[in-house]
Every structure is written in C-alpha cells, then in structure tokens.
Design a protein around this ligand. Structure first.
Ligand SMILES: [Zn+2]
Length: 386
C-alpha cells in the first residue's frame, strides 16, 4: 500500500496524461511508473530529437541528455528539438529548454561531456534504460558493452540515407550488440550520414520507434525488440524483421567471454574508435572525410601552408595559417605532440610541407587530398574559389 499523497496524480497531470490513463496497458499505475523512471539519451541529434521530445511528453520523470556538441545550421534539417535561434548553443541546453517548454514536470539532467570509456560508468549511474541516438561505431560498442555489464537495456538504431535499423539489446534476456556485430567493421569502410546524407524525416520515424521501445521497457508491456532487428527501407516504405539470437561465441555475453571488466571495455572501445576515423590513404585525407577525421582525433592541427592573401579569400574553419616558406625555414615550429593535416590550394605545397615535417621527425602527418579547391567543390560549394 502506498499513500495517496505520494502517488496520486495532480489535476494537471490527470489532464496532461489523460490519453495514457485511458490505455489499460498504462493507466494510473503505468503513468506513475513513467514519472518515476529515468532514461539516458545519448546524443541530442537526429534520433535524439524525437526520442527526447516523446519521452518528455510522455512524462518520463528524469531524462539524462549526453552531448558535448553545439547546434550547427546543418543539424536543423533533422534535429527538430533545436531551433534556428539555437545555432551555436550547447545541444544539451537547447534540448532541455525545449523539453521544459513541452513538459515542465519532467526533470532533465544535462551531461555536456564526451562519452568515453572513462565517463560512461558515471553517466549510466541510476538510469533504467539507455537510448542511443549517435552515429558512430565506437559509441555503439561502448554502450553495448557497458549496458550489458550493468544489466541495462540498450535501445539502438542506425540511419543511412533512406535505410534504418533498430533493435533492443539486453544481454540478460537476449543477444547483446556484440552478439549481432561481433567485430567492428574495417576502418573507413562504412560511410557515415555526414558523408552519405540522410533523409531528415527518417530520423523522426526511427527515433519515435526508439522512444516507443523505451516506454514499453519502462512500462513492462508488449514485446520489446529484444532478439529482433527491425529494418526500415523508406524508399520502399517497408519494415522488415530479422530474428537475432545470442551468439555462443560472443566476447561479451558468451560462456567464454573476454570482455568482463571496465578495463576490458576500455580496450575494446579503443579498438572500435579506429573504425570511425577514416584511414588516410597513403597519408591523404579526403575532404569529405575531414570533419570525421578531426573529430575522431581530438587535438589534430589543420595546418594551412598557403599565403595570407590566399587564406583571406577562403579558409577551412579551424585551420592554422603557416605559409610554406616559414614552415620550410623551421619545420620544428610545428609541435610534434599533435597530429597534423596539411592543407594548401590543390596539394602541391602541402606535399612539400608534409615531407619537411616528416623529415624533421614529426610522427603523424597527413595531407588534405586536393587541397582547399577540392574541399570547396566537395564539402563547401558556397565558399569562394580562386
Ligand atoms: Zn553477446
């Protein structure tokens, strides 16, 4: 027996959640349960937007938001939790403000940090369900591994162009992420949405499906997508389902598991991280890979070796200018403890600069293939060329 003062919904809540209260599968008990629930959403982006919005509207009492990124104009095509006025703000803050406007009765906990093998354990603390709205393999393996060791259900999805996949991994009752994806794909072999594009509305379809799975798990109703993998082909308008089973050879949840501790998870994460870093081909990074390359190798210096006059016409954001003659004078001026990607107009000067840096002993130098000209044509067609 619980006392009415603790559990009864207020008049406002009875109105707000009236359509839930009418469902026998939810009702008063289910709504109270949602209000006591805690869901951690990784990424306030394309998938995270519908996930966060629907969980807040549904009255999930505590919603944790993990994202260390800021809102960019290119996000707004699909990340509908943010507005144009939010460009430049932390995604966590922008999303939390929108959720508070939708449902002030929901508490948001902002984790404006990068998800790593170090931060993941504190982040998962106290949550009932984890929903992954990110777009990279390292995060999926890390969350899959950490959730399995913690016994938490992991609501996973992936988007690419017009295709999507969705499942719930719960090693206590079914396969884990690793059962289905035993080893990370080869580095650079899987294009990301940043390279291949994605139809924005797809994120709405699949994110809403993730929110539905999370609510089913919290309410304990229906048949969650554990042991089943749903795929959605938007061009055909078709959902398909594949049964996925526990893999007896699974390194995480099989009888001969090798990923057993936090240290094992950290090692496996480092291995998976290399997938998201596009491998430079013979020391060259393609312009379409540049953003991902830089974000997956924090601290990388983008070194522009053109002249000041050229840089004034067009420059890649975040680049540091060091004209080639100055660099050749003293290659030692470039610190050797950070990776370098050298940029020039079309690739000739960057090759000379890279040679000089390598000759000076720099251990990690790559060149931007095709230089600023190819960056403009492939990545930033609105920028001037010369
Ligand atoms: Zn497994």
């Amino acid at each position: 027996m619980t006392t009415p003062t603790e559990t009864d919904l207020t008049t406002e809540q009875r109105s707000r959640y009236a359509r839930h209260l009418l469902l026998p599968e939810v009702g008063l008990a289910g709504q109270r349960r949602l209000l006591r629930s805690r869901v951690l959403v990784i990424g306030a982006g394309g998938l995270g937007s519908p996930v966060l919005t629907y969980l807040a509207a549904a009255g999930v009492g505590t919603i944790g938001i993990v994202d260390d990124d800021t809102v960019d104009l290119t996000n707004l095509q699909r990340q509908v939790v943010h507005r144009t006025a939010d460009v430049g703000r932390l995604k966590t803050e922008s999303a939390a403000e929108r959720l508070a406007a939708i449902n002030p009765g929901v508490r948001t906990v902002l984790h404006s940090v990068r998800l790593t093998a170090e931060t993941v354990w504190d982040l998962l603390e106290g949550y009932d369900v984890v929903v992954d709205g990110t777009d990279n393999f390292a995060t999926r393996y890390l969350l899959g591994d950490a959730c399995a060791l913690r016994g938490l259900p992991y609501v996973w999805a992936a988007l690419f162009r017009f295709d999507a996949a969705l499942s719930v991994f719960d090693a206590t009752t079914g396969p884990c992420y690793r059962c289905v994806h035993p080893v990370p794909p080869a580095p650079g072999s899987v294009p990301s949405c940043a390279e291949g594009g994605v139809l924005g509305a797809m994120a709405g379809v699949v994110g809403a499906a993730q929110a539905t799975e999370a609510l089913k798990l919290l309410l304990g109703v229906g048949r969650p997508l554990v042991g089943r993998l749903a795929t959605f082909d938007a061009l055909d308008g078709e959902w398909r389902y594949v049964t996925v089973a526990k893999n007896p050879g699974c390194a995480l949840c099989g009888p001969r598991a090798t990923i057993l501790s936090r240290a094992d998870v950290a090692d496996a994460w480092v291995e998976a991280c290399s997938v998201d870093a596009p491998a430079p081909t013979a020391g060259h990074v393609r312009p379409v890979d540049l953003a991902l390359y830089l974000s997956s190798r924090p601290g990388t210096v983008l070194l522009d070796v053109r002249s000041q006059d050229e840089a004034a016409i067009v420059s890649i954001p975040g680049s540091t200018l060091l004209p080639l003659p100055d660099l050749l004078d003293d290659p030692g001026v470039v610190a050797q403890d950070r990776p370098v990607v050298v940029v020039c107009r079309s690739g000739a000067r960057s090759a000379r600069a890279a040679d000089a840096l390598r000759a000076a002993g720099h251990p990690d130098v790559a060149e931007l293939a095709g230089g600023v000209l190819r960056w403009v044509s492939d990545v930033a067609p609105d920028q001037p060329t010369y």
